[in-house]
Design a protein around this ligand. Structure first.
Ligand code: M6R
Length: 609
């Protein structure tokens, strides 16, 4: 998946495109490029391997100037991250293209084009689109017609923006199951993979539908449906945070985002708790008439959002007594699902743009007999929020670090409120007690964050570690999974997570003095069993690092280190227990000197399958 930005204006677009790319790096950052039509209508471009800052430096050495241009930041799917594979791709030096997504039949199309004399110089699935456009242009089509003819031949989920030397006043774009948003300006127009990429130039946006052809010039935006009928579209106004991408004095975005969690939790709660702090209310977002009918929940998500869904499964079954299943979107979308009567489909996504989660949501809406669909999402303008019938916005603010932190805790908080809303309709759930704990949560998160020095010191133990084991039971298990994921993503240390009861069914064989075990120990009925599992680890020579509820009053010994976590209502404990594991992963990565905000091989938003 990649980031696209394009502009047509009456000023030099170079810096607009670079600023846009910087805001799109969450979609990929292994190579970048920019192409403009200069004042003589000649196509000019610069492409570099590495992040957008490398491209920016290169542009200082060889500045480009033009009033129309396209740019791209890449996350390689086909072909290594090299300059030659970086976008924009050209054909015959007269047409240029940027592309996000995957062209599934590119090999067949490549073969067809070869017969017409087109030879690809890159290993990408993109370059054939440039050649196909050139082919149709040579046959007499204009650029819009060439795009229309090309997209009829292409299979896959993708978005493209094209420009042509002989047509210096138009950009043509197309999207199919891949995001694109049009930014409307005054005597200038833009298009990008998402709205924040254009926040420096406009706050007026049009969200085109799938399979629309978009024709942009500096004065107008024209959108055509797949029958080539001109369609009307709504302009949406959106105000951005004043500085959504600043680090605010922290060394990394991830660090800033971890430390923002007391504030983001408060934001999530705002307006959802009554003034006297006794009741919760989300009926303005999802009506009680719907909630009352829910007899079953299917939760579908990916990555960290999937871990939030795992916690919610425990909650919904324990507190709301609603049978709940949880599944990763990439599996759900391809298997046959049985949907019991009155099932609510719940999907969770930070970005709202994850390709597998979008496809799963569409499947749930189109093919299955769900009571309704609900998305728990951080991005109000996202595809998933637009697609789902109901939404609960998590309000974490822009999350830049690839490793999700504040998005996760606000997802959990939102899901806890959803659980409580269902629980109070179904049985004698103690709402007042729950709300009291909710109100205390931001302060308790702050108390955990204040242990940063202690956790930093602990993290030095793992600077040269190759592998780690994370254990938990009940809701502590998804928290252990999430802690292991954080460590893997940013420190590149192999980490595995198990429900502690599974230890003796295999993983115990791994234990020796070189494999540290991290344990998530909450205050609940199975704590003794988990502590016994940890004894089994110690008696085989393993060291254990226990993140334990302070009420347990655990003590240290030569093989045991303890970090105490403040006591909180059982239901909210997972939200508190992930915080020290986020800090641990962060500090380990700092000591190992990895690229914390943009770890290798990853991207913030996974918009391809
Ligand atoms: O935007 P989403 O929540 O749908 O993204 C899902 C995953 O790609 C995401 O959570 C990923 O696992 C993060 N890098 C985890 O830190």
């Amino acid at each position: 998946m990649c980031g696209i930005v394009a502009a047509i204006t009456n000023r030099n677009v170079s810096s607009i495109l670079i600023e846009g790319l910087k805001r799109l790096e969450y979609r990929g950052y292994d190579s970048a490029g920019i192409a403009l039509l200069d004042d003589n209508n000649k196509l000019i471009r610069v492409r570099t391997k590495g992040k957008v800052e490398v491209l920016e430096q290169e542009l200082k050495k060889q500045p480009l100037s033009g009033k129309i241009g396209i740019a791209h930041t890449r996350w390689a799917t086909h072909g290594k991250p090299t300059t030659i594979n970086a976008h924009p791709h050209f054909s015959s030096d007269r047409v240029a293209i940027v592309h996000n997504g995957i062209i599934e039949n590119y090999k067949d199309l490549q073969q067809e084009l070869k017969e017409h004399g087109y030879i690809c110089t890159s290993q990408t699935d993109t370059e054939i689109v440039a050649h196909m456009l050139d082919f149709f242009l040579k046959q007499g089509s204009d650029l819009k017609q060439a795009v229309q003819k090309s997209v009829k031949k292409i299979k896959g989920a993708y978005a493209i923006v094209a420009m042509e030397q002989n047509n210096p006043h138009q950009l043509i774009a197309f999207k199919k199951a891949s995001p694109l948003v049009i930014g409307v300006g005054i005597d200038e127009n833009f298009i990008a993979s998402d709205a924040p990429a254009l926040s420096i130039v406009t706050n007026r946006f049009i969200y085109p539908a799938d399979e629309n052809i978009i024709v942009l010039d500096d004065k107008s935006v024209q959108i055509y449906d797949k029958n080539d009928k001109l369609i009307k579209s709504k302009i949406v106004d959106y105000t951005f945070d004043s500085d959504p991408i600043g680090k605010g004095g922290f060394s990394h975005y991830m660090e800033k985002e971890i430390f923002e969690q007391p504030a983001t939790s408060e934001q999530t709660l705002e307006g959802r708790i009554s003034h006297d702090k006794t009741t919760i209310d989300i009926s303005n977002k999802i009506p009680d008439e719907i909630l009352k009918q829910v007899e079953c929940c299917h939760i579908v998500a990916c990555g960290t959002s999937y871990h939030a869904g795992m916690v919610a499964k425990y909650w919904l079954e324990q507190y709301a007594k609603i049978p709940t299943s949880i599944e990763v979107a990439s599996e759900y979308r391809y298997r046959s699902n049985i949907v019991p009567k009155n099932t609510l489909y719940i999907t969770i996504s930070q970005s709202g743009e994850t390709a597998d989660s979008i496809a799963a949501l569409k499947k749930a809406q189109n093919e299955s007999n769900y009571l309704s669909t609900l998305v728990v999402c951080n991005v109000e303008q996202s595809t998933m929020v637009r697609e789902a019938k109901y939404n609960l916005i998590t309000r974490a603010g822009v999350e830049v670090g690839v490793a999700s932190t504040k998005a996760f805790t606000t997802q959990l908080l939102t899901l806890s409120i959803l659980t409580a809303s269902l629980a109070k309709l179904n049985n004698d759930f103690n709402e007042k007690e729950f709300v009291e704990s909710l109100v205390q949560l931001p302060l308790k998160i702050q108390q955990v964050l204040e242990q940063k020095e202690q956790i930093n010191k602990l993290s030095t133990n793992f600077k040269h570690t190759n592998s780690m084991l994370f254990l938990g039971r009940l809701t502590g298990y998804p928290i252990a999974l999430e802690g292991a994921l954080k460590l893997k993503e940013i420190s590149y240390i192999h980490a595995e997570s198990y429900p502690a009861g599974e230890l003796k069914h295999g993983p115990l064989a791994l234990i020796d003095e070189s494999l540290p075990t991290i344990a998530v120990v909450m205050f609940e009925k199975n704590t003794d069993k988990l502590l016994s599992n940890l004894e089994e680890v110690k008696s085989r020579g393993g060291d254990v690092y226990i993140f334990a509820d302070e009420r347990l009053k655990l003590t240290e010994d030569t093989q045991t280190k303890i970090i105490n976590i403040p006591a909180i209502d059982n239901m909210l404990a997972p939200i508190l227990h992930i915080i020290p594991l986020q800090l641990l992963a962060y500090y380990v990565a700092v000591h190992r000197g990895t690229d914390i905000d943009q770890p290798r091989n990853l991207a913030k938003s996974v918009t391809v399958e």
